[in-house]
Design a protein around this ligand. Sequence first.
Ligand code: CA
Length: 226
Amino acid sequence: MHVLIVEDTPEVVEIIEVALKLRWSECEVTSVGRGGLVPGVIASTRPDLIILDLGLPDVDGMDLLEQIRRMSEVPVIILTSRGHEAARVRGLEAGADDYMVKPFSPIEMLARVQAVLRRASRSGGGAAGIITRDSLVVDVAQRSVTVDGRFVLLSRLEWEVFSYLAINAGKVVKHNDLKQRGWGSTTVENTVVKMCIRRIRGKLGETGGDPGVILTHRGLGYSFIG
Ligand code: CA
C-alpha cells in the first residue's frame, strides 16, 4: 500500500506516517508540502490513498482536490482545521471520500483510512484496481486503459461501461446494470449499450488490443473475459 500525504506541517506528517507504518508495516509513505507537486507525484507513485491538508502554502486545497479528481479516482481523505460544516460539505462534494478535522487522534485516522480503503476495494479502486489481460491493462484508480503501453482513449461513458465490465471480470453484467452505471438510468435502449460496446471494441482493435475481450451474452448482457 502506498499513501501520499499532502501536508506542509512536518509534525502532522510524522504523526500520520508513524501511525500508518505501525498499523501496516508494509505501508509506503510519500509526503509533499506543496500542492503544486501533487499531480506529478500522483503520476509517478500511483498512490492507493491520498491524505490531503486543505491549508497549503502554495495552492487552495479544494482546487487541488478538484484537480486530483480530474486525473484520478484515488481515494482522498481531507485534513483540515477548518472544521465548519460548509467546508466539510464542499470537500465531499468535490470528490473527497472522507474528512478529518485537526486535531485528530491517530486511532481515528487509522479507522477512517481503513474504511475508505475497504470501500475503494469494493468499488474496484485502490490497490486491487489493476486488471490485466495479455497486453491490456485497465487501471481503475488512474482511469486508464492501455494496450502494450499505448493509451486507448475512451469517452467518459465508454470508460464507465468498460471499467465496470473489467472490475466484474468473468461475470455476466446485465444490461440494466450497465445502463445504470453508464447512463444513470435503465430506460436506455439496449441498442445504445450495444453501440457503446461496439465503439469500445473498435478502439481496442485500433490500438492492437483484442476486441474479443468483451463477450456478448445474448438477451443477458456482456462480460469481460475472466
Ligand atoms: Ca497546513
